[in-house]
Design a protein around this ligand. Structure first.
Ligand code: ADP
Ligand code: MG
Length: 245
């Protein structure tokens, strides 16, 4: 399978913190890679470097064979290949759900508004929210807002979806409805890089698991090996903290 993302020995520092150094990873088209690791180990920073929200100090990132350059306009073009969903949905409170979703495709990608709205409605339908199109974010539950945020990312037609702990701020009963949407997308063959603390979900969705600790890939493998036969004490201890059986 074709490689869609190649990360070569990247390093990232904040003034006094070495977040990671010499970190490498490649992801194939259609692959679902789940990254887990303790809080503060660099998961969010890593995803933010991939879509250019953070600069890297060393190394390089190739997306679909194109080098991510940090200092040019080019970054906007490459950034569009990556759709990101965060823990906080960041919907504009004064815009309706439909307006929120079509904003970037119309403004940034210069798509035709009617066409973008038609696709937005199809996607909303698929996540069970077409009836909410004219509602405002405050009228939706957290789980519904997060499903809207996923639709917003998809409407940009990204080649890779980056999901950073998208259920971490949700009440438990809403976690499932959001993860079901992600599983649905995963089955469509999309390429995804997912950071999560939901281990059952990780096991169900992942083609490959990665354990990041102190900015290093400590262990990686199939979900089967990873959860059933962790090799390092650090991963064993980490998995235990989730009382994972
Ligand atoms: P994770 O997502 O795994 O919890 P982060 O990527 O958010 O970890 O953070 C990795 C490390 O980088 C932490 O030590 C954090 O305090 C530090 N860090 C993250 N963002 C910044 C920033 N903007 N400025 C300084 N330090 C940061
Ligand atoms: Mg994080």
């Amino acid at each position: 399978m074709e490689e869609i993302l190649t990360v070569k020995k990247i390093s990232k520092k904040y003034e006094d913190v070495d977040v990671f150094s010499d970190l490498s990873l490649s992801v194939k088209k259609g692959e679902k890679v789940v990254i887990v690791g303790p809080s503060g180990c660099g998961k969010s920073t890593f995803l933010r470097c991939l879509n250019g929200l953070e600069t890297i100090d060393e190394g390089e990132i190739l997306i679909d064979g194109e080098k991510l350059r940090q200092d040019t306009k080019e970054i906007y073009h490459i950034r569009e290949k990556l759709g990101m969903v965060f823990q906080s949905y960041d919907l504009f409170p004064h815009l309706s759900i439909l307006q929120n979703i079509v904003l970037a495709p119309v403004r940034v990608q210069k798509r035709d508004k009617k066409e973008a709205e038609a696709e937005a409605m199809e996607l909303l339908e698929r996540v069970g929210l077409s009836s909410k199109k004219d509602n405002y974010p405050r009228q939706l539950s957290g789980g519904q807002k997060q499903r809207v945020a996923i639709v917003r990312a998809l409407l940009m037609h990204p080649e890779i979806l980056l999901l950073d702990e998208i259920t971490a701020a949700l009440d438990p009963e809403m976690v499932r409805e959001v993860l079901e949407v992600v599983l649905l997308l995963a089955r469509e063959g999309r390429t995804m890089l997912i950071v999560t603390h939901e281990m059952q979900f990780a096991k169900a969705v992942a083609d490959r698991m990665i354990f990041l600790d102190e900015g290093r890939i400590v262990e990686e493998g199939s979900p089967e090996e990873f959860f059933t036969h962790p090799r390092t004490d650090r991963l064993k201890k980490f998995l235990k903290s989730f009382a994972y059986e």
